[in-house]
Design a protein around this ligand. Structure first.
Ligand code: UT7
Length: 329
């Protein structure tokens, strides 16, 4: 069996919401600019909830809805770029919280494409005989947001979502990619800890700005925008290759929620009506790898995504990564 069934979904959005007007009190911006340039009105932000905690809440909801015993989970794969520890992974903490001790658990860092990367890896475990796989995407983007940079701080939000998966015979096709030559367009630098033996440290150029602040996202918005509008249709096209399907056969697209204009431009270039793209960016902003599964959980609970429909997840982001997966829900 090489397909996957999404048995259940779950999500967690921290209760604290931050409006565009709230942000206008931090930086020189306004509600009208943010809404018309990005489609975002409000977003959720943690009020102390760690990334693992949000992920564990989402995972518990998915497990409860699937009605399985957590001890039956054979692998836990989390996607995040905002983990709480350098080590261990959030997967380890989430595993403890949900009571699925023993199975392999690891994190995937592929930025906003992380959910699709994790789904693809989970499919490989399932096709090799694992009974159930749990994929959790959890992000605390506010922890790496530069709240003095008006061009980026208006974009991001926090949240988590999870899917409980089982192997099936139904359709699954995916495509993953990374173009590392574009890493300089979107990054958050770690602050290296100096060790006691360091003298006159060398500087090795990797394309990032040596003067860029540590620990916060730095982006060239226009370059990322340009990349995203091309990457989205290309990822869909590549994921569909060999399936006999075209974009017109997809009942619902669930894209990474980065900017409504990116989704509109991509939909237009693919000749697909915007209504077939599920969006919640107005209420959640960009939650990196969590954005696709948060939107998925919402589409399921609102009855927009129904059993039997063909769905396409498509993500793009820092790396520059892009990825898409097509499956029968
Ligand atoms: O997951 C991937 C993460 N990143 C992204 O998805 C980012 C993709 N890029 C974008 O979404 C857009 O490029 C932005 C929303 C970041 C910016 O929108 P834009 O339409 O590309 O604006 P721009 O950078 O071309 O700036 C236009 C103007 C500039 O002013 P001047 O130079 O024309 O006077 C900016 O300084 O808008 C100004 N500006 C703002 N004004 C009010 C930039 N940010 C703001 C702001 N409020 N928040």
């Amino acid at each position: 069996m090489t397909g996957i069934d999404i048995l259940a979904t779950g999500s967690f959005l921290p209760p604290l919401t931050v409006t565009n007007d709230d942000l206008a009190r931090c930086v020189d911006t306004n509600d009208e600019w943010i809404r018309t340039r990005t489609g975002i009105s409000t977003r959720h932000m943690n009020n102390g909830e760690p990334t693992w905690y949000m992920g564990a809440c989402a995972a518990k909801q998915a497990i409860e809805r699937a009605g399985i015993d957590p001890s039956e989970i054979g692998v836990i794969i989390c996607s995040t770029v905002t983990g709480d520890y350098h080590s261990p992974t959030i997967s380890a903490v989430i595993q403890r919280e949900i009571g699925a001790l023993g199975c392999p658990a690891f994190d995937v860092a592929a930025a906003c494409s992380g959910f699709v990367y994790a789904l693809d890896i989970a499919q490989k475990f399932l096709s090799a005989g694992t009974k159930y796989a749990l994929v959790v995407s959890s992000e605390r983007l506010s922890a790496i947001t530069d709240f003095t940079d008006r061009a980026s701080c208006i974009l991001f939000g926090d949240g988590a979502a999870a899917v409980l998966l089982r192997a099936s015979d139904s359709l699954f096709s995916s495509w993953l990619s990374c173009d590392g030559s574009g890493m300089r367009y979107l990054y958050a630098k770690m602050r290296p800890a100096p060790h006691p033996f360091m003298k006159d440290p060398v500087h090795i150029d990797d394309g990032s700005d040596p003067d860029a602040p540590y620990s916060v996202l730095v982006q060239d918005g226009r370059e990322v925008y340009r990349f995203a509008t091309k990457a989205l249709p290309r990822a869909v096209e590549n994921a569909l290759e060999g399936t006999g399907l075209t974009p017109a056969d997809i009942d619902l697209f669930i894209p990474h929620q980065a900017n409504i204009r990116i989704i509109e431009t991509a939909a237009k270039s693919m000749g697909i009506p915007l209504e077939r793209f599920y969006t919640n960016i107005d209420r959640c902003g960009n939650t990196s790898s969590a954005s696709i599964p948060i939107a998925l959980d919402e589409a399921v609970t609102r009855g927009v995504l129904k059993r039997g429909m063909t769905v396409c997840f498509v993500g793009f982001g820092a790396g520059l990564t892009s990825a898409a997966a097509v499956l029968k829900f």
